[in-house]
Design a protein around this ligand. Structure first.
Ligand code: 3H9
Length: 706
């Protein structure tokens, strides 16, 4: 991590008889090699200094410590290793107190666990989030935490990566005291002085006894193992965390540390860790669009939403939940009443699940107003049009917005495909127009594609990113094209799936192969969930402009002609005899597929699941490369984040283009060329993919060029 300050990585200052060691590596005081060296040296020098009676560990600025320096993972390890530093802290013959403000996460909490006493300021957050990076706590955390708070609580923390607040940490016995002071230094010094005054000495976490009641502990470990088998199938680090805790129960502390190290290194070497760490940094990089560096966002308090259908209502809920004032506009009273009902339904569902009180719902809805009169939007800072996907309908809405909205209001269209330049050009203020592609359900799905038309002002783009932050969405900047980043790529790999279905794989086999890869659902399940009618309408719209040489699979059309649109009609690719959760295979669908194969003159062949995956991924990667090549996505990582947060791509694989790097780009290209022998038009290799292979580079090499 870059050093932004001239201060040493660990500052030592003697406060009477207490030596204060301040971790100083902004912004989160990550434990880089410099910090580890300095900390070790400071601990050693304290041992030899007779003026020091106790040590106090604090962090500079906002945080205690955000853990190991994640940027070092995958690099050549530099000594001293963190477990050695942590051990030296615990071994200190003089009492060590850790005073925590902001976060103590991962290795940061492990340092605090090795200290002999822990004070947290209220507002502090403590956790072991290594599992979210494909790792396990590797600096003694898997051995000390269960000894301190028991296997069940320790496993819950380590397997979820959840952050505790100071009060919860006190209750669990993870900290000894919650300090009232607003600075860790003050709270920590006060606690250390009291400790010395009452003769409190060294107290090592490794000697804590919370594991002594063996049977309860073993039951907790078994329960966790079963839960992981169900919920985190195929993930390495949760299994290793359980194994490490089991070792804590059955073996001496030092043996446990050795086993923890072995398991940690296995996780560190795994492609899952690479994928998850890539996702961590990519989520932060997507925030850094050129416009967010160049321009300040406009004020953003009042939001208008035009259209109260599923999307509009979801967007309104997301904005209300973010504390914004929302005005919903519909064309007439009945539609407005339906829109308000759609919004209320979301909150009522939360109430029925016990996740919201009626009073909270009412308080939130106080920020909602509803009208059929566009004039009520005259003070809105930003208006999101969410009417149906039709250019004329959208342009009509925008003409109204152009008429009533105040100067400087941001005018956004929630569209999945349409050309936002055409909308912008139809207005007197094209520089205020932007696309905001929400994903359904809009109050839940994290992805927000920010679609940047030609004439948009940079501060309008910056405002869209500011909106995403308020709504707690993950924004990805996209250029204008049919389908932007996500739906454009989806259209291509869906075709690859359709080709395989017509060539001999059943939709059920294809879905299974992709679930096995880690998608929560396969493409045909997704189609049934989304509703076949939308895609059908799009195909009809595009029929006239379709390349007559392109292969066109008609199976979906045959289902739609029967009114089988998926879950909402009780059947699609699957049968839903007992509601949406009861999907079963449908022999009639298989018969329709057979008929279509015969009509197309295709003799079905057998596909293996690995071949299905190879074709599906090659199509996704190739179109992802095109999207980057054409500048629709800024970098490959923007494609990765789009797919992780909008399309169920398994996070531990890092997104399609990170997966491609791991699979090997020469192999991806070889696959495409092999498939091109049957269908050269569909399998035209992306020029970017070809260039990267020729240069011996990978997608990641393009992630750092902006
Ligand atoms: C571990 O500890 C392993 C050990 O058990 C064993 C070792 C042997 N390292 O999120 P933000 C950067 S694994 C390097 O925007 P916030 C981040 O990339 C680690 N860099 O701020 C960003 O950089 P940039 C376990 C880090 O206030 C900047 O800091 N720890 C690290 O919204 C600001 O970050 C974790 O998993 C790091 N550890 O949230 C904690 N952390 O400005 C991961 C952050 O260039 N971190 N950066 O884009 C977090 O969850 C959040 O960053 C945190 C602050 C809550 C700390």
């Amino acid at each position: 991590m870059s050093r932004e300050t001239a201060l040493p990585p660990v500052e030592s200052a003697l406060h009477e008889n207490i030596l204060v060691l301040t971790l100083n590596n902004p912004p989160v005081n990550a434990l880089s090699v410099e910090v580890r060296c300095a900390l070790l040296a400071a601990i050693d020098s304290a041992a030899d200094n007779p003026a020091v009676e106790a040590l106090l560990l604090v962090g500079a600025e906002r945080h205690f410590c955000g853990g190991a320096d994640i940027r070092e993972f995958g690099q050549t390890p530099q000594p001293p290793a963190l477990p050695d530093v942590v051990k030296r802290i615990e071994d200190s013959a003089k009492p060590v107190v850790a005073a925590i403000q902001g976060v103590a996460l991962g290795g940061g909490l492990e340092i605090a666990l090795a200290a002999h006493y822990r004070v947290a300021l209220s507002g502090a957050r403590l956790g072991l989030p290594e599992v979210l990076l494909g790792l396990l706590p590797g600096a003694g955390g898997t051995q000390r935490l269960p000894r301190l708070i028991g296997a069940q609580a320790a496993l819950e923390l380590m397997l979820s990566g959840r952050q505790l607040n100071a009060e919860e940490a006190l209750k669990l016995g993870l900290v000894d005291h919650v300090g009232e002071a607003d600075q860790a230094l003050i709270a920590g010094l006060a606690y250390s002085r009291q400790l010395l005054a009452k003769g409190g000495g060294v107290r090592r976490t490794r000697d804590a006894q919370a594991l002594s009641e063996q049977e309860t502990q073993r039951a907790a470990i078994e329960a966790a193992r079963q839960q992981v088998a169900q919920k985190s199938r195929g993930l390495l680090s949760p299994q290793h965390i359980i194994q490490a805790v089991e070792t804590a129960l059955d073996h001496a502390f030092e043996d446990g540390l050795r086993e923890e190290r072995r398991l940690f290194l296995e996780c560190l070497d795994s492609p899952q860790r690479t994928g998850l760490v890539h996702a961590f940094f990519a989520e932060r990089e997507v925030l850094k669009a050129p416009e967010t560096r160049a321009a300040m966002p406009r004020p953003l308090d009042q939001v208008g939403v035009v259209g109260g259908g599923t999307m509009g209502a979801g967007i309104a809920v997301a904005a209300l939940d973010a504390g914004l004032l929302v005005t919903l506009i519909e064309r007439d009273q009945p539609a407005l009443a339906r829109g308000c009902e759609n919004i209320e339904k979301v909150y009522d569902a939360l109430i029925s699940k016990g996740r919201l009180s009626a009073a909270e719902k009412n308080a939130t809805l106080e920020r909602l107003s509803a009208s059929t009169d566009y004039q009520t939007l005259d003070q809105a800072d930003l208006v999101i049009e969410a009417v149906f996907e039709d250019m004329a309908a959208k342009q009509a809405v925008f003409a109204e917005l152009d008429r009533v909205c105040k100067a400087g209001a941001v005018l956004a269209s929630n569209t999945s495909y349409l050309d936002i330049n055409l909308i912008a050009d139809s207005l007197s203020r094209p520089s205020d127009v932007i696309g905001l592609h929400f994903f359904s359900p809009a109050n839940i799905m994290k992805l927000l594609e920010i679609v940047v038309p030609d004439k948009v002002a940079p501060e309008v783009v910056a405002t869209a990113f500011a909106l995403a932050k308020k709504l707690r969405k993950v924004p990805v900047r996209a250029g204008v094209c049919d389908g932007f980043i996500g739906n454009r790529i989806l259209a291509v790999y869906r075709q690859a799936a359709d080709h395989m279905m017509e060539d001999g794989a059943s939709p059920y086999q294809i879905d299974q192969a992709l679930r096995d890869f880690g998608f929560p659902m396969g493409p045909f399940q997704v189609a049934d969930l989304a509703g076949g009618d939308i895609g059908w309408a799009t195909r009809q719209r595009k029929a006239a402009t379709r390349d007559p040489r392109a292969r066109y699979v008609q199976i979906a059309d045959r289902l739609c002609e029967r009114g089988w649109f998926g879950q909402k009609t009780g059947r699609g690719y699957y049968l839903y005899a007992q509601g949406p959760r009861s999907a079963s295979q449908d022999p009639e669908v298989l018969a329709i597929i057979d008929t279509e194969r015969a009509r197309a003159g295709i003799t079905p062949r057998v596909f293996s699941n690995p071949e299905i995956l190879r074709r599906y991924m090659a199509a996704m990667i190739n179109e992802g490369a095109n999207v980057v090549h054409e500048g629709i996505a800024l970098r490959p990582l923007d494609v990765d984040i789009t797919f992780i947060h909008g399309y169920g791509f398994p996070r531990h694989r890092g997104g399609p283009l990170k997966y491609a790097d791991q699979y090997g780009l020469p192999q991806v290209l070889a696959d495409i060329r092999e498939f091109a022998e049957e269908d050269p038009l569909f399998w035209t290799a992306s020029p970017l993919l070809v260039q990267l292979v020729e240069r011996g580079e990978n997608f990641d090499s393009l992630n750092h060029s902006h």
